[in-house]
Design a binder for this molecule. Structure first.
Ligand code: NAG
Ligand code: NAG
Ligand code: NAG
Ligand code: NAG
Ligand code: NAG
Ligand code: NAG
Ligand code: NAG
Ligand code: NAG
Ligand code: NAG
Ligand code: NAG
Ligand code: NAG
Ligand code: NAG
Length: 600
């Protein structure tokens, strides 16, 4: 790959000749006259008017999907017709607000997470029979970070086509770094550089990610409201989040790393910003407001979908640290030490990209490691993003537990590689989110500490938190119920490396089938009440709002599937999480990996 570098000056020369303004098919941001009446930064006291209006439209779709989902589910003695009548009587107030949260974990969390989404899509063969199909159709919000940003943004840009079709369109068998001319990515991002905006490795990586998951690649987030699927409220409202670094962040080997209390930022189709600092219209990200909260010239096109993906999946600082320190630094909750061999392709990519940036842009590793944009909230320092999975809370709960969004139920997909050496999730990230939510007065269910999670197998089998409103940080129904799904082996050892950039469709289907089996508990063969319980949890807060009681069947399954707040002694110190395949325990991880080379 390195030999291609000599071609770069030609690309640079061509790009310099381009006018930097207002080419709509350019990657470069450009300036336009701001609308006369624009107020750029909005205080974060509520959701935007545009979001509230869109959610109103979405709820009308969700209520129809609710009919279909509930009639397919058998809630025993429950009066489904009465419940639906009451919900229909005041849809905005009563319909359950359901969200999906997809953790980071690189290509692993993208593939296992999209498998989870495929399982709950009513259009997937077998999904309705297994009683989980239709939950996707009930989602109002979908949030992601890092690798979780791909399954979260792709459905919207694909007009909510069936998830199985969407994954076929991804072409997961292609490696977007080695099967592509990576210099073409530079050719495009140099347009932004020439326009005077900071570029970084995130712009480069974002091009590769978007080529896979964003049809047409050159889309902006602010154009989402014009997409037919979004316009007709056909699927959930996408939100991506990133952590941040600034000049006072910790430094390792010359690169910044985020501290756990650093501000978080969110991208949504209408706005960009933070629940602490404020929001600016997504369309005008990069614009610095004047003293009157307006501007003569507004920046547009800094919200390219590829850059947005790069800005939330920008763990380059950690890739770099792992490469230069032989996995001694840069090891975070999704570390790849232990049984893994170093991914030499990634090391080679790190070397190539560092070299191009340094030779042709004169950028140091520190300057390219994290993306930055002009900061509407603090003009004296550019706003610099960091990958949220480096900040201790890799499941993107934060945008979903803002009280203004009134989320009732969160399906949390956790695919962090916490536990050494087999890199399965051990609950660390949801625990961190609980601790942080509690400290900030945000609604969240109580969850047990990691050693208790492990003792109860909550990371190998799905569980519900917060069914009892007393077991929440708010002690009332403002806290959502969380269904917690940690990636775990059912029919496939799905703890492969985050850096597995491509795979055969046989492998992809094996991974997604594993997520299906996890979601449905092997079509009920491992647990006959789980899928009913999931339905009970999905409507529970709404049920209380319309003044109805849980059914007997729901009460019973909650006894079994909701954490009751009690603690045991937990697993002993030094416990190693090494589950075998739930549907075929006789096949050991060692035997299996021998038969599936490349999937370790
Ligand atoms: C681009 O727009 C800015 C702001 O309106 C203006 O100052 C500049 O001259 C324009 N550049 C080109 C190449 O048109
Ligand atoms: C995307 O935009 C770039 C210019 O920034 C252009 O070279 C490329 O052809 C466009 N790609 C598509 C698929 O339209
Ligand atoms: C569950 O059902 C799906 C779809 O019908 C099927 O592909 C899968 O093999 C089944 N799994 C088990 C464990 O029976
Ligand atoms: C922000 O980044 C831009 C582009 O790289 C740079 O020109 C500008 O000086 C930076 N601003 C601050 C306040 O650091
Ligand atoms: C800068 O980073 C520190 C350390 O993470 C954080 O506490 C602080 O809030 C950040 N400041 C801004 C303006 O982002
Ligand atoms: C802000 O508004 C005041 C009052 O209308 C005006 O005098 C001032 O020039 C404005 N400032 C800018 C930077 O436009
Ligand atoms: C990197 O670490 C591994 C495992 O700790 C060790 O076996 C290997 O020798 C180290 N490589 C170098 C170049 O230090
Ligand atoms: C490259 O950047 C450094 C500062 O990082 C500066 O000292 C040097 O002059 C620059 N070199 C060129 C060729 O622009
Ligand atoms: C890009 O942003 C980083 C982080 O703010 C900064 O260190 C670097 O100097 C910026 N690059 C340019 C060219 O301004
Ligand atoms: C769980 O994972 C975290 C993060 O990698 C690790 O620090 C911790 O030791 C693990 N805890 C247990 C009990 O395995
Ligand atoms: C957890 O799973 C292990 C292995 O399957 C089993 O031996 C143990 O009894 C389970 N513990 C609980 C509390 O279900
Ligand atoms: C919650 O706690 C209160 C006060 O201890 C108690 O009266 C109530 O029954 C509890 N609610 C539930 C659902 O357990």
């Amino acid at each position: 790959m390195i030999s291609h570098i000599s071609a770069l000056p030609v690309f640079l020369a061509a790009a310099t000749a381009l006018a930097s303004n207002s080419s709509t098919d350019s990657y470069a941001p450009y300036y336009v006259d701001c609308p006369d009446d624009i107020q750029l930064v909005r205080q974060p006291r509520s959701t935007s008017l545009a979001e509230s209006e869109w959610i109103h439209g979405r709820k009308a779709q969700v209520v129809d999907a609710l009919d279909s989902y509930l009639w397919n589910l058998d809630l025993g003695d429950f009066d489904t017709a009465e419940y639906l009548d009451r919900v229909h009587a005041d849809v905005d107030y009563s319909v359950p607000v359901i969200a999906w949260a997809n953790s980071g974990g690189g290509w692993r969390s993208a593939m296992t997470g999209v498998g989870g989404l495929q399982a709950i899509d009513e259009r997937t063969p077998g999904a309705r029979e297994a009683k989980v199909g239709g939950l996707f159709q009930l989602l109002t919000y979908i949030a992601g970070l890092s690798g979780g940003s791909w399954p979260v943004s792709s459905p919207t840009f694909n007009d909510y086509e069936p998830i199985s079709q969407m994954v076929a369109d991804w072409q997961v068998d292609l490696n977007r770094f080695t099967d592509a001319d990576v210099l073409e990515y530079f050719d495009v991002i140099v347009e932004k550089y020439e326009a005077g905006f900071n570029i970084s490795v995130s712009d480069f990586l974002g091009r590769a990610f978007a080529t896979e998951v964003i049809p047409g690649v050159n889309k902006t987030w602010s154009s989402i409201p014009e997409l037919p699927g979004f316009k007709s409220f056909s699927g959930p409202f996408p939100i991506l989040i990133a952590s941040s670094i600034n000049k006072s962040s910790p430094v390792e080997e010359g690169v910044y790393v985020p501290s756990w209390n650093a501000p978080w930022y969110e991208w949504n189709p209408f706005e960009f910003g933070s629940w602490d600092l404020g929001f600016i219209p997504t369309k005008y990200v990069g614009t610095i407001p004047n003293e009157n909260n307006t501007a003569e010239q507004c920046v547009e096109n800094l919200d390219q979908a590829s850059f947005v993906l790069g800005s939330v999946a920008s763990a380059w600082n950690y890739w770099y640290l792992e490469a230069v320190t032989n996995d001694t630094l840069g090891m975070f909750s999704k570390r790849d030490g232990g049984i893994r061999k170093r991914n030499e392709n990634i090391d080679e990519l790190v070397e190539l990209v560092d070299e191009v940036f340094s030779e042709y842009f004169n950028y140091t590793v520190s300057q390219i490691s994290n993306p930055s944009i002009p900061n509407a909230f603090n003009p004296s320092e550019n706003l610099t993003f960091a990958d949220g999975s480096e900040a201790g809370q890799s499941v993107p709960f934060l945008p979903l537990i803002q009280p203004e969004r009134k989320v009732d139920f969160i399906m949390a997909w956790d695919d962090d590689a916490d536990d050494e050496p087999y890199t399965w999730s051990n609950g660390t990230n949801i625990w961190d989110s609980y601790v942080s939510a509690k400290a900030h007065g945000l609604p969240f269910p109580e969850v047990p500490p990691v050693r208790e999670m492990l003792a109860r197998n909550y990371t190998t089998k799905p569980v519900l938190f917060g069914c009892n409103t007393n077991l929440t940080t708010t002690r009332d129904a403002t806290s959502p119920i969380i269904a917690y799904f940690a990636n775990s082996p059912y029919s496939w050892y799905s703890n492969f490396s985050w850096s597995t950039t491509n795979m055969s469709y046989t492998e992809a289907n094996g991974i997604m089938q594993n997520s299906f089996n996890l979601m449905t508990q092997g079509n009920g063969t491992l647990d006959s009440t789980w899928t009913t319980c999931l339905g009970c949890a999905a409507i529970d807060r709404s049920l209380a709002r319309v003044g109805m009681q849980r059914s007997q069947a729901c009460e019973q399954c909650f006894e079994e599937h909701c954490w009751d707040g009690t603690l045991t002694t937990g697993v002993p110190e030094g416990y190693v999480l090494d589950p075998s395949m739930a549907l075929d325990p006789s096949v050991s991880y060692a035997e299996w990996t021998e038969e599936h080379p490349g999937m370790d």
